[in-house]
Ligand binder design. Structure first.
Ligand SMILES: [Fe+2]
Length: 139
């Protein structure tokens, strides 16, 4: 169980994380996810601040996630080590790896600077696609 969680989760989480970034500006491609973020958090900036706070709160190694819960509602969570939201019956939309190896070479111990820079390269088109898929699973 532990080995599968650590290794299988590590593969899944990293694929999800790397596929969730883009070198082109995708902010106008968030589609229905944009509307859902505004509905849930008030505005995209408010979502960012809550997401940043959660990502900063991860003690040691783990991830912060934007997920869809069983009721189709957006929910920000964190997971430790290589755990995934799937085991909590949450559908992943977006994630940031906050293991120190993800940012130390560029940002040293400044996780907050890394989170800010990651937010500039989020692939919103991809996140929206995940969001729509999550909604299909919930209905
Ligand atoms: Fe990583």
């Amino acid at each position: 169980q532990k080995s599968i969680r650590n290794n299988g989760g590590g593969v899944y989480n990293h694929i999800f994380y790397f596929n969730g970034m883009s070198d082109s500006d995708t902010r106008c491609k968030a589609g229905k996810l944009h509307d859902a973020l505004v509905k849930e958090f008030g505005c995209v900036e408010a979502f960012y601040h809550e997401f940043e706070e959660k990502a900063m709160s991860v003690f040691g190694s783990g991830y912060a996630w934007l997920t869809v819960d069983q009721n189709g509602k957006l929910k920000i969570i964190t997971t430790a080590n290589q755990d995934t939201p799937i085991v909590q019956n949450l559908c992943p939309v977006l994630t940031i790896d906050v293991w120190e190896h993800a940012y130390y070479l560029k940002h040293y111990n400044e996780r907050i600077a890394y989170i800010y820079n990651w937010f500039q390269v989020v692939d919103w088109e991809c996140a929206n696609m995940h969001y729509l898929e999550c909604l299909k699973c919930r209905n």
